[in-house]
Design a protein around this ligand. Structure first.
Ligand code: IMP
Ligand code: MG
Length: 402
């Protein structure tokens, strides 16, 4: 699929994928969300204001075909709020999508409470329970809302065990049906058709590679696959995606619990949080802040096999007089550059830093030169990738393609 592009996060989510998808989508005919659900918060800033998308692809404002893959778990209440922003005929949601019911949102909060000090810090959007209940084969799919064979009452015992009234569930089903009417279809087929007719598709990832359910910092992860290798599985197509762009912020953030090797524990983290407005787009929580971590990024790049990287939020870095980059982890006195080796001990690793020339005071209007050029080349050299895009602000104009 040489016409197509995947955009994925190389960190813990919030890399700035939303802005980059919005910016790049001009060169594409369709944009497809392929993982997660309304836990995502993709922010796009235009001349008309600031928009956060949780379910619709971040190209929603660009009059593109908007696709939601079967592998996404769908919260119709959230979708309802986003639909007024787009032309309905541009939206196609796969009818195989698993629905997130109110039960799953309650269950998410309940499990988090049960975990106590081991809470994941989920977005409480019911994502984990939705994927789990799907695996138990108890979830309704979008298509089931329109099927006369589907009887929610046959699951009454299951819901009753959790104190959920089947009447309430049926009311919710009626509402969900009204929201989805006219929006469902076969996204897998649509992607193949578009591809065959030479149309270009952008696949938009949510969360980051290190939050992948299988490859990330389990159990402090989300419940879907967040890496590019999930795209064919989620869509039900078996086509290779030639171009993968991995997005990384020039520092790191993490929202929720779990190990974070390069976390900054002093006041500098507050400074960066304020400068970068590092607050969750879905939950408003303060994000934890740290330095760029090339060890975990190299691992993410291997997972995604991306040859290209986009680096975001360079404007924030240009306000800092210090610039550090983690190049190895120290565990029990020995150093490793291999994230996999560190995975079982991630909470205990000590980052080894390289101090670089800060890009303090950099004037982005002067092109990519000096300290910024050096920083870009340093990353390219260390990670053996091409840095093909830089972002230095939320607006579309604050982007450079290299
Ligand atoms: P869940 O996806 O709501 O189950 O949350 C699991 C973990 O992933 C928590 O640490 C969340 O904060 C994190 N997470 C989920 N979605 C996002 C996202 O879009 N950006 C950043 N972190 C996320
Ligand atoms: Mg986000």
């Amino acid at each position: 699929m040489s016409n197509n592009l995947a955009v994925v996060g190389l960190q813990w989510g919030d890399e700035g994928k939303g802005k980059i998808v919005d910016y790049l989508s001009n060169g594409f005919d369709a944009v497809a969300r392929f993982n997660g659900g309304s836990n995502a918060g993709h922010t796009v800033v235009t001349e008309n204001g600031r928009y956060t998308f949780h379910l619709l692809p971040s190209a929603a404002l660009n009059d593109k075909e908007l696709l939601i893959a079967p592998g996404v778990v769908l919260d119709t209440e959230v979708l309802k709020d986003e639909l007024p922003l787009v032309k309905k005929e541009k939206v196609l949601i796969d009818s195989k999508c698993t629905l997130v019911t109110p039960f799953e949102k309650e269950f998410d909060a309940y499990i988090e409470k049960m975990r106590g000090s081991m809470a994941i810090g989920t977005t409480k959007r019911g994502i984990g329970p939705a994927y789990a209940v799907r695996a138990l084969r108890l979830s309704p799919r979008a298509m089931d809302l329109f099927s006369s064979n589907y009887d929610m009452r046959s699951f009454a015992e299951f819901y009753r065990a959790f104190g959920i009234s089947i009447d309430d569930m049926e009311k919710w089903m009626d509402n969900a049906r009204k929201i989805l009417v006219g929006l469902l279809g076969d996204v897998s087929e649509r992607v193949l058709d578009l591809n065959e007719s030479g149309k270009r598709i952008l696949f938009e990832g949510s969360q980051g590679s290190l939050l992948d359910i299988l490859y990330g910092s389990y159990p402090f992860v989300t419940s879907s696959h967040t890496t590019a290798n999930y795209i064919p599985a989620s869509l039900g197509i078996n086509l290779a995606i030639d171009r993968v762009l991995g997005v990384a912020k020039c520092y790191s953030t993490r929202v929720g619990s779990g190990p974070f090797p390069t976390e900054i524990k002093d006041m500098l983290s507050d400074q960066i949080r304020e400068l970068g407005q590092e607050y969750g787009a879905t939950t408003g929580r303060a994000r934890r802040v740290g330095w760029l971590d090339l060890v975990s990024m190299r691992y993410a790049i291997r997972l995604n096999n991306n040859k290209e990287v986009a680096i975001s939020k360079l404007d924030i870095l240009s306000k800092l007089k210090e610039l550090k980059v983690c190049i190895a982890y120290r565990i029990d006195g020995s150093e490793t550059e291999n994230f996999f080796d560190a995975l079982p001990r991630l909470a205990d690793v000590e980052p080894v830093y390289d101090s670089l020339d800060p890009i303090y005071g950099y004037d982005f209007n002067s092109g990519v030169a000096g300290t910024l050029r050096k920083f870009v080349e340093y990353i390219e050299d260390r990670l053996k990738v091409k840095v093909s895009l830089l972002s230095y602000g939320a607006g579309r104009s604050k982007t450079v393609e290299l």
